[in-house]
Design a protein around this ligand. Structure first.
Ligand SMILES: Nc1nc2c(ncn2[C@@H]2O[C@H](COP(=O)(O)OP(=O)(O)O)[C@@H](O)[C@H]2O)c(=O)[nH]1
Ligand SMILES: [Mg+2]
Length: 308
């Protein structure tokens, strides 16, 4: 990969238009060097799909209308409704759009992991997660990108429904309850500050993803988002929440299932107890250490015993 200087604003594709480190220049240099993974643009938008034939084209158009200089990769799990065919047709005429085809429905988590792996291998520095069904407003992307560029300490940005200014439109009460309740449960159990823990509209720095051991992620459904949130926090990366208005899908059907909710509940409960046990162990160890410090004579006596 081509080394880049430590400029903070290296995400901007316009500022560095005439600079040797512009994405265009990097692409050119990589091609000249015969690199197999020619970086296209700095940002990769990853959209997982399963039976989104009615939505996928609009989703792509909406992103490109707001951010014309990004790559978009649709990760499709062999949708029987022909989603993949539609994407193949679009990508034939637009080099910003690509299709990753997987065989059989294998879950949202693994789809994102494959997307991340591809994005990082191809030199993208920012990776965006977004649904295909129109629930995530592309219009929020500039604010989300500004947030991720705002500080080196920020590893990810979440398009959030549950912060001030955020909203959910048209969702039945039951879905609201599951989402809000799940978020609150995960936040409390895992000691997180993030309000919308299960949100699927996110931007990550590739450098942060590289640091959080993605190869050990096993979560399949929405639990994947919770898992990512706790890993980012545990590794000291800042997560910024940008308020969004989330709209229910107008076409196609949700892939939300009971199994997905159960997976999230179970994993969060296990992680929560692991965290509590770890905390208790830490407390006990520091209490024991304190006791040793408070009883210097006992310590020196024991030491003395050992020496003689
Ligand atoms: N590749 C892939 N995409 C999926 C899978 N399950 C859901 N998706 C996609 O993930 C996004 C979110 O799913 P959706 O059904 O809208 O969930 P909801 O918004 O919580 O009801 C959509 O773009 C789906 O097409 C899967 O198993 N594989
Ligand atoms: Mg949806």
């Amino acid at each position: 990969m081509i080394p880049r200087p430590d400029v903070v604003d290296y995400f901007s594709t316009t500022v560095h238009e005439n600079n040797e480190w512009s994405p265009q220049a990097r692409r050119h240099e990589a091609r000249q060097q015969g690199s197999e993974t020619v970086p296209q643009r700095d940002i990769l938008v990853i959209i997982p799909t399963y039976n989104e034939a009615e939505n996928v084209e609009t989703a792509i158009q909406r992103v490109l209308a707001v951010l014309p200089d990004v790559d978009i990769m649709i990760v499709d799990d062999g949708s029987p409704d022909g989603t993949g065919e539609i994407v193949r047709r679009i990508s034939a005429n637009d080099d910003r759009v690509s299709l990753m085809e997987r065989t059989g429905k294998r879950g949202l988590g693994p789809a994102y992991l494959d997307g991340f792996a591809h994005g990082m291998a191809s030199g993208h520095t920012l990776l965006i997660e977004m649904d295909a069904d129109g629930s995530h407003p592309a219009s929020a992307l500039p604010a989300m990108l500004a947030a991720i560029r705002s500080a080196d300490s920020v590893g990810g940005v979440i398009g959030s429904r549950w912060v001030t200014g955020g909203a959910v439109v048209d969702w039945p009460k039951s879905r609201r309850l599951i989402s809000r309740g799940g978020s609150t449960y995960a936040r409390v159990m895992l000691g997180l500050k993030v309000r919308d823990v299960t949100a699927g509209f996110r931007v990550y720095k590739a450098s942060a993803l590289q640091a959080i051991e993605l190869e050990t992620v096993q979560s399949q459904g929405y639990c994947f988002q919770i898992d990512m949130t706790r890993r980012m926090a545990a590794n000291g990366f800042g997560l910024v929440e940008v308020p969004i208005t989330f709209k229910d899908r107008v076409a196609g059907t949700s892939k939300m299932s009971k199994a997905i909710v159960v997976e999230a509940m179970l994993r969060v409960t296990i992680w929560g107890f692991e965290r509590l046990v770890g905390k208790e162990r830490g407390r006990r160890e520091s209490r024991d250490a304190k006791r040793v410090v408070e009883q210097p004579s006992a310590v020196s006596y024991e030491k003395h015993e050992g020496w003689s």
